[in-house]
Design a protein around this ligand. Structure first.
Ligand SMILES: [Zn+2]
Length: 163
């Protein structure tokens, strides 16, 4: 097994344990969706997962099935869900190190940022009587594109007001 498949194999085990605990049916669809979600580079939406299913899956499932399965994956702890205003974004939960993200208020894009500083600050964070599973930090602001667009608008409005 190569290094890239290792985290996916442990997610598969985790999913199996979860479904056994909950006495759920271990359907081939669920494992196929997990396998295909492993092709996603970082954060993905249901639409992007649907596209990956078309490209890589051995059989197709409905959008509703994908959505429900992702909810199951979140409960099982194999996927992280980022609850954005526009649409939920997901990410494989390959490890539980602290993670930081920037979210643009204008276009709603979410990007994972390098967390070396955040990790140092957050990995020793303990809360009494609470078992922390994930440490996710969200920073809200404006992305580069939207900042440029904003500057352009300001310039345009200045010109208009001078006329
Ligand atoms: Zn933006």
């Amino acid at each position: 097994m190569d290094k890239k498949q290792q985290p996916l194999a442990s997610l598969r085990d985790r999913l199996t344990r979860y479904m056994e605990e909950k006495a759920m049916r271990k359907t081939p669809e669920r494992y196929e969706i997990l396998r295909v979600a492993g092709f996603a580079q970082g954060i993905f939406t249901i639409d992007e997962l649907m596209q990956l299913m078309h490209e890589h899956a051995e059989f197709q499932v409905s959008r509703a099935t994908l959505f429900n399965t992702m909810e199951l994956f979140c409960d099982a702890g194999v996927v992280i869900k980022h609850p954005l205003a526009t649409a939920a974004h997901y990410e494989m939960r390959t490890d539980n190190s602290p993670k930081a993200y920037v979210i643009c208020r204008q276009c709603n894009t979410i990007t994972r940022v390098s967390t070396s500083t955040a990790r140092l600050a957050l990995q020793n964070l303990h809360v009494r009587y609470f078992s922390i599973e994930d440490t996710l930090v969200y920073m809200h602001g404006f992305c580069r594109k939207c900042q440029a667009r904003k500057r352009q608008e300001v310039r345009k409005n200045k010109k208009l007001s001078k006329k």
